[in-house]
Design a protein around this ligand. Structure first.
Ligand code: G3H
Ligand code: 13P
Ligand code: ZN
Length: 321
């Protein structure tokens, strides 16, 4: 099956009320694990490539690997640029045939973020590519509880519902990554901190009320950092801190039902791969054939992806809707 367009995956996911897993790809084993798991689960999938992945693996290798995965599978697969940090990088990926790009201007002032997003949208839309923007900053959970008297604060780091509407209208982006206390990596929360899911609901409703329809939202930093993986890594010589914390799967479930159509997962794949490799190194210190530790690593990532698409994102079985 040829690459499927991101806009087709979004349209079906919104209709079917499931979320798409957007999994980061850095090498062949990760790619095989993701695509094989989704093939077995009959789940549509988004493969996302970061600037760092392009630097690590080389864009041509990644493109060819993805072409191989696409040609060997029957499920719909879209290809997305994760956290594009400039117009030039987005342009490169659009020209290479990515079906969507993210332009991440979230660190910029509102007007500058709008400006760069508009420029990418203008280029992308003429070439049939869709664009994800981001408003608010992924700095993690902190107090951003709202103005006096309730409501949501402006000028904070979380996404404000009214500003989300203004941003989408001003830029023409096709999906929006929100900041609701989410962050990247394995240390997301301290103590009882959680995602601000009320704010997510308010953003979704504001977009709907502004006439933007069932608008696709994107949840970055959606790894749940499973304790068993952290324990396994540490059991076999790792030194991850006691304070690892991810987004509880129950919260991802709510985010999915609230309208997060694309859910980004990278850290959990890294943890699964690391746990499996450490186990082989610890149990078989004489082993030096990469296939002997990369095969179990690939299997462990595959199990994790299968679990995510089936039990968390609920996109299993939707590949041929
Ligand atoms: O958003 C971050 C993703 O996990 C990609 O990470 O920039 O290290 O490839 P990376
Ligand atoms: P995690 O670090 O939670 O996996 O988030 C990945 C991500 O948001 C990629 O854009
Ligand atoms: Zn991200």
């Amino acid at each position: 099956m040829p690459i499927t367009h991101t806009k087709d995956l979004f349209a079906k996911a919104l209709k079917g009320k499931y979320a798409l897993g957007a999994f980061n790809v850095n090498n062949m084993e990760l790619l095989q694990a993701i695509v094989e798991a989704c093939e077995e689960e009959k789940a549509p999938v988004m493969l996302q490539i970061s600037k760092g992945a392009r630097q690590y693996a080389n864009p041509v290798y990644l493109k060819k690997l993805i072409e191989a995965a696409v040609s060997l599978s029957t499920i719909p697969i879209a290809v997305h640029l994760d956290h594009g940090d400039s117009f030039e990088l987005c342009k490169e990926c659009i020209d290479e045939g990515f079906t969507s790009v993210m332009i991440d201007g979230s660190h910029l002032p509102f007007d500058k973020n709008v400006e760069v997003c508009k420029k990418v949208v203008e280029y992308a839309h003429k070439r049939n590519c869709v664009v994800e923007g981001e408003l608010g900053m992924l700095v993690g959970a902190q107090h951003d509880d709202g103005e006096e008297g309730g409501g949501f604060s402006k000028g904070g780091v979380y996404t404000h519902p009214d500003e989300a509407v203004e941003f989408v209208k001003a830029t023409g982006v096709d999906s929006l990554a929100v900041a609701i206390g989410n962050s990247h990596g394995a240390y997301k929360f301290k103590g009882q901190q959680r995602l601000d899911l009320e704010r997510l609901k308010a953003i979704k409703s504001a977009l709907m009320e502004a006439g933007l329809g069932d608008y696709p939202l994107v949840l970055h930093g959606a790894s749940s950092v499973p304790k068993d993986l952290v324990l396994e890594i540490n059991k076999y010589g790792g030194k991850m801190g006691d304070d690892t914390a991810g987004v509880p799967e129950a919260d991802i479930e709510v985010a999915r039902r609230t309208g997060c159509t694309k859910v980004n997962i990278d850290t959990d794949l890294r943890l699964a791969m690391t746990a499996a490799i450490r186990k082989v190194f610890a149990e078989s210190p004489k082993e030096f054939d990469p296939r002997k530790y990369l095969s179990p690593a690939r299997e462990k990532v595959k199990d994790l992806v299968r679990h995510k698409v089936k039990n968390v994102l609920c996109c299993s079985g939707h590949a041929f809707d």
